[in-house]
Design a protein around this ligand. Structure first.
Ligand code: MN
Ligand code: MN
Ligand code: ZN
Length: 299
């Protein structure tokens, strides 16, 4: 008899890609692990509180234990937190700015308690006062937040934006200015949202465009600052400055762009997280994760 030489899926030289999705925390933040596992996530993004409200009930000891136990029992790491959408760190309205800073500080503390290393946030919208002023405001808010969370190990993650309305962060230069302007740049990192950069005008839909974009990011910000990707295709065209997420491969970026990302050996250990549309049964997450695995060359 011949010896069995058939290779199993687990013996491939490619590791399973570090991909996941944003999952709901309905019923408790720890429930996101169950949802993530059920669709095949290896990494995860969550809100640390109700996303549509300024205030949150403080985390209880039980919340924290449930969360940590669920993570240990799962195959999921790291977790990225996405901050509340109400937060605008350069709001012109004094009350909104105060609430934003307070909420951001609270979220940094919640992440620390849960052992979440990254708090992703949208830099802010200047609301008409101009990008320069907006960037100044964001820097000031981050300095206050970091000052009031000394010793907290959570990194503040600037997300690239599509540049909708008066949103700051649709040019890599904006993020560079913010990072260089804060007192503790070592607490800052960046998440590239593929839909947003594309809508902002960085053409990652082709091999050449993808390479050029990553090279530009490296020159302006530095790849050492990059800690996560949001993997979203775009319903809108290159440079549209409109933020509409589409299923992977079905939008204006298309499979070619995501193939570049999934096969980029520089980013093997960097989480790639879906924020694509889905229904209650999370079937679309399974589909999009499968597409990403396929594009990584896994299937
Ligand atoms: Mn976001
Ligand atoms: Mn995003
Ligand atoms: Zn978006």
């Amino acid at each position: 008899m011949k010896p069995e030489t058939k290779k199993t899926k687990h013996q491939t030289t490619n590791p399973e890609p570090l991909i996941g999705a944003h999952e709901s925390i309905a019923g408790g933040i720890y429930k996101a692990f169950e949802r993530g596992e059920s669709v095949g996530c290896r990494t995860l993004q969550v809100f640390t509180k109700n996303n549509t409200q300024w205030r949150a009930k403080p985390l209880t000891g039980e919340d924290i234990t449930n969360y940590k136990t669920s993570q240990l029992e799962s195959n999921i790491s790291p977790v990225v937190a996405h901050s509340c959408y109400l937060i605008n760190l350069c709001a012109s309205n004094k009350e909104t700015l105060r609430k934003s800073r307070e909420a951001f500080i609270d979220e940094l503390k919640r992440c620390e308690m849960l052992g979440i290393p990254y708090l992703n946030f949208h830099p802010g919208s200047h609301g008409g006062k101009g990008e320069e002023e907006g960037i100044k405001g964001i820097i000031e808010s981050l300095n206050i937040a970091h000052e009031q969370t000394k010793g907290v190990r959570v990194s503040s993650i600037l997300e690239t934006t599509a540049g909708q309305g008066s949103a700051i962060g649709y040019r890599f230069e904006h993020l560079k200015k913010i990072i260089e302007g804060v007192d503790e740049p070592e607490r800052m990192a960046v998440c590239i949202d593929t839909c947003h950069v594309f809508a902002a005008g960085y053409d990652i839909s082709t091999d050449e465009g993808y390479e050029a974009t990553i090279t530009l990011f490296d020159e302006i910000i530095g790849l050492n600052r990059l800690v996560a990707f949001h993997a979203n295709d775009s319903k809108k065209l290159l440079g549209s400055r409109v933020d509409r997420h589409e299923h992977i491969g079905k939008g204006a970026i298309g499979e070619a762009g995501f193939r570049c990302l999934m096969r980029d050996t520089r980013f093997v250990t960097i989480p790639k997280i879906l924020e694509t549309p889905k229904g209650e049964d999370l079937e679309e997450d399974r589909m999009n994760l499968e597409t990403l695995r396929k594009l990584a060359g896994m299937q």
